[in-house]
Write a protein that binds this ligand. Structure first.
Ligand code: NAD
Length: 375
């Protein structure tokens, strides 16, 4: 099988799972890694037997690398993606796609001009949990989807994260941090969004770090930490979402979808597995549904492998840049709506990603993708 070569830029926390998981696919091989802090790149290269530990510039100028995997911090996602594209590489990045909409749009434009692929996390919707939910919807188990709810409410990351200030700056907050998981899952299940409405607050203008080593330091909050939104989907469904760093406790679900004939409880979209529950109008109780697809454990990186197959077969990747840009526009829409006191109509759209073939698993992924292009 033809194999593409990938280089990881950004060797921080999340990189380990990419190095680990990308070993399981035949279609892509990580041959280099880089970081602003070269010692981090060297440490990862040693740990995972990666041939080259580079500076970011060296990685970009290595002609053997086909795909740049951008695992840097959100503030530089767009800059690193642009550099990758300018160097003639395909790019797959961590979420969010970019901080500013203009930067996201510019990435789409550069990729179009250069004929290169851009894919983006989250790829959790390729996991068995969300794939099973989508199959239930496609098979008509709950009839036509009418509405949905989504909740991500926590007290804030200054309690545990060693350096949490960035969560309270532009591009942070609960919407930009966790919204991509929830909104990508909803776009996968319900399709693109037509318009959004939001009410947002900076509940606490200043927060105090209670984790180590910055215990006691104050953070000035520059982005909303309470975001209550409504989305009207192009398919007619209406969804409510709350993302919050201002909530101590709650008993609300991650995501639920309500249809004309029943309801589905969707698992945490920041994970790949279940449980998935279904209750039709004529059921007396909820039933846990066996998962119809594999990749139910932490499979971060499957989006990269899927994109590599898409490059080789000339198809659009599932975790593609139009989807990520649409999600970015929705997230900004909630903030804009609140500021302007009006509904915000989306200027972008995306295709609803296809459901993967049932029974897909680690063991058969490359073979199925090569045979069917995964569709
Ligand atoms: N940590 C998690 O649990 C987690 C989970 C899901 C997604 N993510 C996403 O993954 C991305 C990275 O998160 P993380 O937790 O690994 O962050 P991190 O701070 O641990 O690592 C980021 C790395 O990028 C490097 N870097 C920063 N700017 C760079 C540049 N211009 N060129 C090259 N290297 C650069 C830093 O030196 C650092 O090693 C973020 O977008 C985050 O949203 C993180």
């Amino acid at each position: 099988m033809e194999k593409l070569s990938a280089g990881i830029i950004g060797c921080g926390n999340i990189s380990s799972i990419y190095f680990e998981n990308l070993r399981m696919f035949d279609v892509v091989e990580v041959t280099a890694c880089a970081d602003l802090d070269i010692e981090r790149a060297k440490a990862r290269a040693e740990e995972y037997h990666i041939p080259h530990a580079y500076t970011p510039e060296e990685l970009l100028s290595d002609p053997s690398i086909d795909i740049v995997i951008n695992l840097t911090i959100p503030a530089v996602h767009a800059e690193v993606a642009q550099k990758g594209l300018q160097a003639g590489k395909h790019v797959y990045g961590e979420k969010p796609f970019a901080v500013k909409k203009e930067d996201g749009k510019a990435i789409l434009e550069t990729a179009r001009q250069k004929g290169l692929y851009v894919g983006n996390a989250p790829d959790t919707f390729l996991g068995g949990g969300l794939q099973t939910c989508r199959k239930l919807l496609d098979d008509g188990w709950i009839g036509k989807p009418v509405s949905a709810s989504a909740f991500m409410m926590v007290p804030g990351h200054e309690r545990w994260h060693p350096d949490p200030a960035f969560y309270y700056q532009e591009g942070g907050g609960p919407m930009f941090d966790m919204g991509p998981y929830y909104l990508t899952a909803l776009a996968f299940l319900l399709g693109p969004v037509k318009r959004v409405t939001g009410s947002v607050n900076i509940t606490y203008p200043e927060r105090t770090i209670t984790s180590q080593p910055r215990y006691g330091e104050k953070i000035k909050v520059e982005t909303p930490t309470q975001i209550n939104g409504v989305m009207d989907f192009c398919n007619g469904a209406v969804a409510s979402i709350i993302t919050s760093f201002d909530t101590w406790h709650h008993q609300l679900p991650h995501i639920e979808i309500y249809g004309t004939e029943g309801s589905i409880v969707v698992p945490d979209p920041n994970t790949f597995g279940g449980p998935v529950y279904l209750r039709r109008h004529d059921h007396s109780e909820w039933t846990e549904v066996p998962l119809s697809h594999g990749f139910t454990e932490n499979s971060r990186g499957i989006g990269v492998a899927e994109m590599a197959h898409a490059i080789l077969t000339g198809k659009e990747p599932q975790a593609n840049s139009r989807l990520s840009y649409h999600v970015l526009e929705v997230m900004h829409g909630f903030l804009e709506s609140s500021k302007k006191d009006q509904h915000i109509y989306m200027t972008s759209s995306c295709d609803q990603p296809d459901v993967l073939p049932t029974g897909i698993s680690k063991q058969n992924f490359d073979a199925v993708m090569t045979r069917e292009g995964g569709r």
